[in-house]
Write a protein that binds this ligand. Structure first.
Ligand code: 4AD
Ligand code: MG
Length: 465
C-alpha cells in the first residue's frame, strides 16, 4: 500500500505515466457508464484541474462504494496513472482501491453541478471554496500575498506587525470600531460622559484603520519597513469595493519624497501583475473565460504602460467639462468620487493614473503640506475599471506644521504626542502608501464584488461565519 498522498497539481505537472499513487480530495462529478465503469472527477484544491478516476466494476465492493460516491463527498483512491484515451485530458487514474472518507448527502448538499450565483454562494461561504471560482480566487490571492513579501524582502524592507488595537485614528475620519470591556448596560460616568478610565486600556480604544503611524516610527529607525495586516473601517458603505474588515499593505520609507513613493508604487504594482501572468496561468484563463473577458489584457497593459501622473487641479480641469454627466459635483475642493476616477482612467487616459497634490482640506492630517500651503503631497493610484487601489503620501516632517494640522483636523494633540515626537528627534522626509489588498485581488481576478475575493467578508449587517 502506497501511503503518501500525491497532489493533482504534481501529477499534471510531471505526467508520471505508469506510476502508482494515492490521491485524496472531493468529488465534483460521477458518471457511470453501461460498460462496467464509473468515471469520477476528483478535485483536491492543488490546482484548477480535476483528475479523472476510472473505476472498474471488478474492484472489491464496487457496487457498495460507488453508490456512496456523490458530488461533494471526500474520497481516497489508489491506482496507476495511465495515458487517457479520450484526449480530453492527458492522464487519468486507473483505480484499484477506492474508499469514501466522508459522505455528502445528495439530498441536501447545496453545491450541485449547475452554476450558482455569487449571491447564493455568499450564503454558504464555508462551502464556496469548493467551487471553481473560489478555488481560483484563493490560489491567486495566495500567490499575490507571497509576491508582496517577496517584492519587499528583495528590496531590503523589514516586515513589521503593527497593533490591531490602538487609541489613535490614523485617517482622522472617525470610522472606527470601538473596543471595550465596559458593561454597556451599566456604563461608568463622570461629568455626564462615559468614564473611559475604567475601560480595559484606561482610555477609549478602537480597531486600527491603518498601521501607518506606527510604521513611520519604525521607518525612522530601520529605513524601509512594510506592514501587511488587517484593518477595520466602520463606514456604512454597501458598495462593490468596500469591506468593514480588509487587508492592507503599507510600506513606509525614510529619506523618500513623493517622487520616490510614486516610483516604488508603480514598480510594485507592475511586478505583482507580471508575476500573476507568469505563474497563475490556468486560474487566469478561467477568469478570462468565465468572469471577465478583458482581465488578462488589462493586466498586460499595466505591465507595459507607464502610469500617468496628474495634478489634482489638472484632473479637476479634465472633469469640469463633463460635470453635467456626473452625479457628484466636480471642482476644486471636491473629493473625487468613483465615477470621476473611472472617467479619468477609462475614458481620458486608458491606463493607471496617479493623482497628486490634493487640497489639504480633504486629506488626513499627516500628509505633508506643499509650499503653496493649499495642497498636500498626496498620491492616489487609480486603476482602470476599479478606481482607487492605493492611497499614499509624503508625510509632514515639521513638528510645528504637523501640530497645527492635528488641531485643524479637530483631533486631540495629546493622543498623538509620540507621533509628534518623531518630528522632534531626527526627523527626515519620509513617505509611504497603502494598497488595499482585496481591491487589488479584485482587479487581478476581474471579480465584480469585493465580497468574493476575501474568504469571509465583513460588511454592514453581516459577520456570519
Ligand atoms: O486611502 P487609505 O484610507 O489610506 C490609508 O489608510 C493610509 N494610511 C495608507 C498609507 O499611506 N500608509 O486606504 C488605502 C487603501 C485604499 O486605496 C483602498 O485600496 C483600500 O485601502 N481601502 C479599502 N479596501 C476595502 N474596503 C474599504 N472599506 C477600504 N478603504 C480603503
Ligand atoms: Mg484613500
Amino acid at each position: 500500500m502506497v501511503s503518501k498522498r500525491t497532489r493533482v497539481a504534481e501529477i499534471l505537472r510531471r505526467l508520471p505515466f505508469g506510476e502508482k499513487v494515492v490521491v485524496m480530495g472531493w468529488v465534483r462529478t460521477k458518471r457511470e457508464s453501461k460498460k462496467g465503469f464509473a468515471f469520477i472527477e476528483l478535485n483536491d484544491g492543488s490546482c484548477f484541474s480535476n483528475l479523472q478516476l476510472v473505476v472498474d466494476e471488478k474492484i472489491k465492493d464496487y457496487e457498495k462504494i460507488i453508490k456512496k460516491v456523490t458530488t461533494g463527498c471526500s474520497i481516497t483512491a489508489q491506482g496507476q496513472l495511465v495515458e487517457s484515451p479520450g484526449g480530453k485530458q492527458a492522464i487519468e487514474l486507473q483505480v484499484e482501491h477506492l474508499e469514501v472518507i466522508g459522505e455528502a448527502d445528495p439530498g441536501s448538499y447545496p453545491l450541485q453541478k449547475k452554476r450558482h450565483s455569487f449571491e447564493f454562494l455568499r450564503k454558504i461561504a464555508h462551502l464556496r471554496p469548493r467551487t471553481n471560482t473560489f478555488g481560483a480566487v484563493t490560489r491567486v490571492r495566495n500567490f499575490l500575498g507571497w509576491s508582496i513579501h517577496k517584492f519587499f524582502q528583495e528590496r531590503g524592507f523589514y516586515y513589521l506587525n503593527t497593533p490591531i488595537i490602538t487609541c489613535s485614528d490614523c485617517e482622522g475620519a472617525g470610522e472606527m470600531f470601538q473596543v471595550t470591556t465596559l458593561d454597556l448596560e451599566n456604563l461608568p460616568r463622570k461629568d455626564g460622559c462615559v468614564d473611559y478610565s475604567h475601560d480595559f486600556f484606561g482610555k477609549k480604544a478602537n480597531l486600527t484603520v491603518s498601521g501607518q503611524l506606527e510604521a513611520e516610527a519604525y521607518a525612522l529607525a530601520l529605513g524601509n519597513v512594510y506592514t501587511f495586516g488587517p484593518t477595520f473601517r466602520a463606514e456604512n458603505s454597501n458598495t462593490r469595493r468596500h469591506l468593514a474588515e480588509f487587508w492592507m499593505v503599507e510600506p513606509e520609507m525614510a529619506f523618500c519624497e513623493l517622487d520616490g513613493n510614486i516610483e516604488i508604487a508603480e514598480e510594485f504594482l507592475k511586478t505583482l501583475c507580471a508575476g500573476v501572468l507568469e505563474s497563475c496561468d490556468e486560474d487566469m484563463k478561467f477568469f478570462e473565460k468565465f468572469i471577465d473577458k478583458d482581465v488578462i489584457k488589462r493586466l498586460e497593459k499595466i505591465t507595459l504602460n507607464n502610469f500617468e501622473v496628474v495634478e489634482y487641479r489638472e484632473a479637476v480641469k479634465l472633469l469640469e467639462p463633463k460635470a453635467s454627466d456626473f452625479q457628484y459635483p466636480v471642482g476644486w475642493g471636491c473629493d473625487l468620487q468613483a465615477e470621476h476616477e473611472k472617467y479619468l482612467t477609462d475614458e481620458v487616459f486608458g491606463k493607471p493614473v496617479v493623482i497628486i497634490n490634493y487640497p489639504r482640506e480633504i486629506k488626513p492630517f499627516y500628509m505633508k503640506v506643499n509650499d503653496d500651503e493649499k495642497t498636500v503631497a498626496a498620491m492616489d493610484v487609480l486603476f482602470p475599471k476599479l478606481g482607487e487601489v492605493i492611497g499614499g503620501s509624503q508625510r509632514e516632517d515639521s513638528y510645528e506644521i504637523l501640530r497645527a494640522r492635528i488641531r485643524e483636523s479637530g483631533l486631540d494633540e495629546d493622543d498623538y504626542w509620540w507621533y509628534l515626537e518623531l518630528r522632534k528627534y531626527g526627523s527626515v522626509p519620509h513617505s509611504g502608501f497603502g494598497l488595499g489588498f482585496e481591491r487589488f485581488v479584485q482587479f487581478v481576478t476581474g471579480m465584480a464584488n469585493i465580497r468574493d475575493v476575501i474568504p469571509f467578508p465583513r460588511t454592514p449587517g453581516n459577520a456570519e461565519f
